[in-house]
Design a binder for this molecule. Structure first.
Ligand SMILES: Cc1ncc(COP(=O)(O)O)c(C=O)c1O
Length: 389
């Protein structure tokens, strides 16, 4: 008999009932050190007092009001994002997938309004992940994502990640946009080298192509900058955001330049819940912390500590681990064993990690993780690795 919850997830037998900072507490009382953050969502950890206060204050005032009316919390969050980034304008969504939908629509509408109605194609890359909607799976294009779901939405050209010649050959006046994650998350924590992102920007500029960055997983302080592309010193035309921006409350956003957003006039897009007062109140509180240069400096310092300790872990367990990669607190342990087994051994040692493609286990701790917790996390990973050996 089919379970009452549609069985699309392979769930671990863990039942967390409470979260406190970097810790998740199981129903049986065990305390797990959370290096997953709900897959890069709980940027400020669990039950951060500022987020709890923002959410409860807003809940006591007003939960929902339609986008038919003014939503001051939405305006405040948009203003913060515009002030802190390349963007001139923001549309709020509830998830990364919805941000992908709008990014694709925005790029195509841009060219349609310019009279280049054939210019609809979007270049994407192997190993990418952009969500599970029809556009999201079509954008990723891998067999795993699209098999069985035909007809697949057209208009995506899939290239091998890192194949510069294929990229140059694919450029034509039918290309509306290039869509890429500055650091691939699901694909196995693969940072795009700064030089490549710079090169992509230059290629887009040369050919009038829009650059869409998917910062759903790598954005909002995760890499030690507010957004990962800042490391390369270039800016996109359109950016997808979600996960960390809500700190655990479902919230996403599409940020864009005035020019890139020019096609999205009244009536061209909308959402019932997107930009609701609860989500935006929490998003404002997240931004107040994460956009602070001192907070980001701490993320970088702690990322350095964690990375150094992980290098030691890898060196001590050459049969289990091959190396460390990533940026900031978006780190991956390349494994010699199946990542699922490493994650499972972590559960036994009461430390939460997340599997990814390319034999990688992801470490995406809360950005608020402390030095003591970093040391404890690596002790627990060491115990997990010993158990595997
Ligand atoms: C890079 C990236 N884009 C898009 C998505 C889809 O986001 P959501 O699951 O919130 O729809 C994800 C989710 O993991 C992601 O990592």
């Amino acid at each position: 008999m089919i379970p009452s919850v549609l069985p699309t997830y392979n769930r671990a037998p863990l039942n967390f009932v409470k979260g406190e900072g970097s810790w998740l507490i199981e129903a049986d009382g065990r305390r797990f050190l959370d290096l997953g953050s709900g897959i890069a969502v709980n940027a400020l950890g669990h039950a951060h007092p500022a987020l709890v206060a923002a959410l409860t204050d807003q809940a006591n005032a007003l939960w929902h009001v339609s986008n038919l009316y003014q939503i001051p919390q939405q305006q405040a969050l948009a203003d913060k994002l515009v002030a802190a980034t390349f963007a001139d304008t923001v549309f709020f969504t509830n998830s990364g997938t919805e941000s992908c939908e709008l990014a694709v629509k925005m790029a195509r509408k841009y060219w349609y309004d310019k009279g280049q109605t054939e210019r609809t194609e979007i270049i994407t890359f192997s190993g990418s992940f952009h969500g599970r909607s029809s556009a999201g799976i079509a954008a990723a294009g891998s067999e795993k994502m699209v098999k069985g779901f035909a007809p697949i939405l057209g208009g995506f050209t899939h290239l091998d990640w890192g194949d510069h010649d294929a990229l140059k050959a694919a450029v034509s006046d039918r290309i509306a946009a290039i869509l890429i994650e500055p650091v691939q998350g699901e694909g196995g924590i693969r940072p795009l080298p700064d030089q490549c992102l710079k090169g992509l920007r230059a290629l887009c500029d040369d050919h009038g192509i829009l650059l869409i960055l998917d910062e759903v997983q790598c954005g909002v302080g995760r890499t030690g900058r507010l957004f990962a592309h800042e490391w390369a010193g270039v800016t996109p035309d359109i950016m997808m955001v979600a996960k960390g921006i809500g700190g655990g409350f479902p919230l996403g956003a599409v940020l864009a330049t005035e020019d890139a957003a020019s096609g999205m006039t009244a009536g061209t897009h909308g959402s019932t819940y997107g930009g609701n007062p609860l989500g935006c109140a929490v998003g404002c509180a997240v931004m107040d912390h994460v956009a602070d240069p001192e907070f980001l400096a701490e993320v970088n310092r702690k990322a350095g500590t964690l990375r150094q300790k992980l290098e030691g872990l890898v060196a001590s367990h050459p049969d289990v681990f091959e190396g460390v990669r990533g940026l900031g607190l978006m780190l991956g342990l390349k494994c010699k064993l199946a990542p699922a087994d490493v994650v499972k051994a972590g559960y036994d040692a009461q430390v939460i990690t997340v599997p990814a493609a390319d034999n990688v286990v992801r470490l995406l701790p809360p950005l608020t993780i402390t030095d003591d917790e970093i040391a404890e996390a690596v002790n627990r990973l060491d115990a997990a690795a010993k158990a595997l050996a």
